[in-house]
Design a protein around this ligand. Structure first.
Ligand code: TV7
Ligand code: CA
Ligand code: ZN
Length: 362
């Protein structure tokens, strides 16, 4: 089996969503810098993400919407009509310098990953995971839906049993709705219940295509393990997917300012370990994650797990200084001071499996 590949781009280092926005933090560049500082990626494992072109984007998206994104980038402004219709420059989806090029790059990275896994393999695309993007509008900081485009690319290769698993703290509504009537794609989302976008209740099975697991505040590693062993592993055994896409958003970590969930990064690492080898093709995307220290450690750890690398107990100086280089003013709101500069793995956060979580297992 060929080694896992890592897809990134320098666009993430330069681009921000503008001051005060939760995504105005360096996440993908910090993850890549950390992975490199640890000596965990051979040059031959790295691919630079191309930008998806309009033809590739309109495999899912409305051409009029894509044209509006291009116009918004060009003018650095939106007309009232475009704002109203396409939600660009509205609802927390700002017009920013790379408002077309950045989403086109995340889509290009995922499409490249679909191509790279045509005959099998593992690819990590930390810039991907924009799971709220709609066919004809922006939603939840997502302008295109790179996950949908990647799954469609796998379908276009002739694959018929695809599993999409979304552990971002928010419901993967854009992906679920895109494949509502598509028996070839099963979507699973774990997310904080009663949080924006307020969809994805447990009763919502989207015609049998979806599994929704809304979890309570304080959701911890033991509860995540219960869902994995009780639901996800049996589902994989039953479905025998030809390809698995993991949306590995890291906003369900305890230190994240946008959720009230309480996972440690052991949960993400154990999940990646379980998925590695569960299907001939595996794509691991990024997603949310608003504490830059936590995001970079979580995603670097996912990459390590894909490569079978055990992280060192203490970070080497070069890796530590990548994390020390992050500053508070670039981080959103109330991110706590990091006290774990020196380690990659968190302490596990175990506890009793509460009734709300047991109910999902029934
Ligand atoms: C994948 N939560 C995306 C998650 C998208 C969540 C929301 C914010 C937010 C937006 C900001 C901001 C914020 C501290 C948090 C009901 C609203 C409230 C916009 C101002 N600070 C992912 C989307 C969610 C924007 N949206 O799954 C600019 O929090 O709650 C809402 C909707 C209406 C619109 N307003 C927010 O993780 C990547 N937004 C600061 C500045
Ligand atoms: Ca989710
Ligand atoms: Zn999220």
């Amino acid at each position: 089996m060929s080694p896992p590949l890592l897809v990134g781009s320098e666009i993430y280092r330069r681009s921000t969503y503008g001051p005060k926005h939760p995504l105005a933090i360096p996440r993908v560049s910090t993850t890549l810098d950390l992975i490199r500082a640890l000596g965990w990626v051979e040059e031959a494992q790295y691919r630079d993400s191309p930008m998806a072109d309009v033809a590739a984007l309109t495999r899912f998206h409305d051409p009029g919407y894509i044209a509006a994104l291009q116009r918004a980038e060009e003018a650095q402004a939106v007309s009232p009509e475009d704002r109203e219709r396409f939600r660009i420059g509205a609802d927390g989806n700002p017009v920013y310098r790379e408002v077309f090029r950045r989403p086109a790059t995340s889509a290009g990275g995922v499409l490249l990953a679909a191509e790279l896994t045509r005959h099998g393999g593992v690819v990590h695309v930390p810039g991907g995971g924009t799971h709220h993007g709609r066919r004809d509008r922006a939603s939840g900081f997502c302008y295109v839906n790179d996950a949908v485009l990647g799954l469609l690319a796998w379908m276009d290769q002739g694959l018929t049993r695809l599993l999409y698993l979304d552990v971002d703290a928010h419901h993967g509504d854009g992906v679920q709705d895109a494949f509502q009537d598509e028996p070839r794609v099963i979507t699973v989302s774990i997310h904080e219940g009663a949080r924006w976008p307020f969809s994805g209740v447990a009763e919502d099975v989207a015609g049998g295509q979806a599994l929704n697991l809304p979890v309570p505040a304080g959701f911890h590693d033991t509860e995540m393990r219960a869902l994995r062993e009780g639901l996800i592993e049996p589902l994989i055994a039953r479905l025998r997917p030809e390809a698995i896409m993991l949306q590995c958003g890291s906003d369900a970590l305890l230190e994240d300012p946008l959720s009230r969930l309480a996972l440690s990064n052991n949960a993400h690492r154990d999940l990646v370990a379980c998925l590695r080898g569960a299907a001939p093709r595996l794509m691991v995307l990024g997603g949310g994650g608003y504490n830059p220290w936590s995001v970079a450690r979580c995603w670097a750890l996912a990459w390590a797990e894909l490569n079978g690398i055990a992280p060192p107990l203490r970070l080497p100086e070069a890796a530590e200084s990548v994390l020390r280089g992050l500053s508070f003013h670039r981080a959103a709101g109330r991110n706590p001071a990091p006290h774990w500069f020196t380690t990659l793995l968190d302490a596990p956060r175990e506890g009793p499996v509460r009734a709300e979580v047991r109910a999902l297992l029934a």
